[in-house]
Write a protein that binds this ligand. Structure first.
Ligand SMILES: Nc1ncnc2c1ncn2[C@@H]1O[C@H](COP(=O)(O)OP(=O)(O)O)[C@@H](O)[C@H]1O
Ligand SMILES: [Mg+2]
Length: 239
């Protein structure tokens, strides 16, 4: 992990120093290349730190989920649009959205994180067409989301470890934290995530989100009273 943090920072430091010292002698093309590398490495460190912060919250059981109504189909389409905007061919994605869908109450930022990790993995570790399916969960009252790809998939002996912290099967630039975070986020919503094989033999990731209502609807009136009492106690004990 120390290496994961240090190596992009070493490159940021190295390229900025070089640019400052040799500014007049560098061509515009060289400067541009260095700046692009610096930007990419800074982004990596930022992502890594965000993941580590999420993980420390998760491991401490302090991950906050702020539920609101989420337009899951729009979110899935948004993920695909983002991938296409960053250079993926649009034909690589196939989206199937069942309608009507149960209403989804979730933390939109967290759900985006789950989707972008799974779609990003399918793009980076998988191959071929990526199928995204959103439908009502036949085993529950919520929704199920499936991300399939046509790559080599996850070998049977690794199925049990893909969600482990730091585990990665390939050396394609990742940190091995993505799926650990994804599982933590799905479970923080009361959902479940599983991995298996897609019909094409690639990877299939499937997660569910149970139907849920926001915290303020769930709180029975007595809970509100208890909370206020707790606040009173704290206020008096302080004096
Ligand atoms: N769609 C996929 N196809 C094949 N392998 C995958 C797929 N998604 C994840 N993996 C494997 O699971 C590992 C862990 O994934 P993840 O936790 O997201 O870490 P990272 O993407 O940083 O390597 C990856 O390194 C890869 O080997
Ligand atoms: Mg990943």
């Amino acid at each position: 992990m120390a290496h994961e943090l240090r190596s992009p920072l070493t490159s940021v430091k190295g390229f900025t120093s070089t640019m400052l010292r040799r500014w007049e002698r560098l061509t515009d093309a060289q400067k541009r290349l260095m700046l692009e590398t610096v930007e990419a490495d800074a982004d990596r460190v930022t992502r890594l730190i965000a993941e580590l912060l999420d993980i420390s919250r998760m491991d401490a059981g302090r991950l906050e989920v702020k539920r609101q109504v989420v337009d899951l189909p729009a979110m899935v389409r948004g993920q695909v649009d983002r991938m296409v905007a960053t250079g993926q061919p649009a034909e690589r994605f196939r989206v199937a959205l069942a309608s009507p869908l149960p209403e989804v109450w979730a933390d939109p930022d967290r759900l985006e994180q789950v989707l972008s990790n799974l779609v990003g993995n399918a793009v980076r570790h998988g191959a071929g067409t990526i199928d995204l399916v959103v439908a009502a969960d036949p085993d529950g009252d919520g929704v199920a989301v499936v991300v399939d790809d046509e790559g080599e998939g996850i070998p049977a002996e690794h199925i049990g470890v893909v969600f482990t912290k730091f585990w990665r099967g390939s050396r394609r630039g990742g940190t091995g934290l993505g799926l650990y975070v994804v599982r933590g986020l799905v479970e923080a919503h009361g959902g479940r995530i599983t991995v298996g094989a897609s019909p094409a033999g690639g990877a299939r990731f499937r997660f569910t989100l149970p139907a849920a209502v926001p915290d303020f609807v769930q709180l029975p009136p007595t809970a509100l009273v208890d909370r206020r009492r707790g606040a009173d106690r704290r206020a008096t004990s302080r004096g």
